[in-house]
Design a protein around this ligand. Structure first.
Ligand SMILES: CC(C)(C)[C@H](NC(=O)Nc1cc(F)cc(F)c1)C(=O)N(CC(=O)NO)CC1CCCC1
Ligand SMILES: [Zn+2]
Length: 185
């Protein structure tokens, strides 16, 4: 089972690497790893398990965060319109996105970052991604608002990008032009 001591923290070079595509169909090993990543996120949101193993409640995890430079991510969350997302994806790719941006008014954090980094993180308001799920099916997802933010945050990890790379250093709290807060989408 994955616990917090397996989560790589910022400063580890693996978080700045471009992760490699997973050869499909996924090997048993890659399948098991992605299933473990999804279970970690679910466990982290289960009060008893999170308490017992001291897990930080998370909504998503990318393979580089457990030291694996492979293009795999797991998410488990409900968006602001009560839509549930719970899946592991191999080789996720953003195939189109809106010009319009969105952001979380409270900024973002990261399971690999043990400090507060204040600032607005501009994200595309709507994205279409494709990837391969744990049943080896190719999936195409149209996402907006909070769901779009979560998937962009995780896909960024596969390209060695941290959320604070997007914060405007001159005016961190200034909402981006042409944007709507995700909490209001
Ligand atoms: C870093 C952390 C603050 C833990 C963040 N959670 C979060 O934003 N809210 C949250 C978590 C829950 F479990 C239940 C809940 F209702 C709300 C998170 O999981 N991530 C995932 C991550 O670090 N992936 O690499 C950071 C989020 C910032 C925006 C999208 C993902
Ligand atoms: Zn993160």
């Amino acid at each position: 089972m994955i616990t917090m001591d397996q989560i790589v923290r910022e400063g580890d070079p693996v978080l700045r690497e471009k992760a490699k595509e997973v050869e499909l169909p996924a090997s048993t090993k890659d399948q098991e790893t992605l299933e473990e990543m999804l279970q970690f996120i679910k466990n982290s949101q289960n009060e008893e398990i999170a308490k017992k193993y001291d897990l930080r409640p998370g909504v998503g995890l990318a393979a580089p965060q457990i030291g694996l430079s492979k293009r795999m991510l797991a998410v488990h969350f409900t968006d602001f319109n009560d839509r549930e997302y719970s899946m592991g994806l191999f080789n996720p790719k953003i195939i189109s996105h809106s010009v319009e941006k969105t952001y979380l008014k409270g900024g973002e954090g990261c399971l690999s970052v043990d400090r507060d980094v204040p600032g607005i993180v501009p994200r595309y308001a709507r994205i279409t991604i494709k990837g391969t799920n744990l049943n080896d099916e190719e999936v195409k997802l149209r996402l907006k608002g909070y769901a779009a933010i979560v998937f962009q945050h995780e896909i960024d990890h596969l390209d060695g990008i941290m959320f604070y790379d997007h914060i405007n250093q001159n005016d961190p709290l200034h909402p981006p032009e042409n944007s709507t807060p995700a909490d209001e989408m």
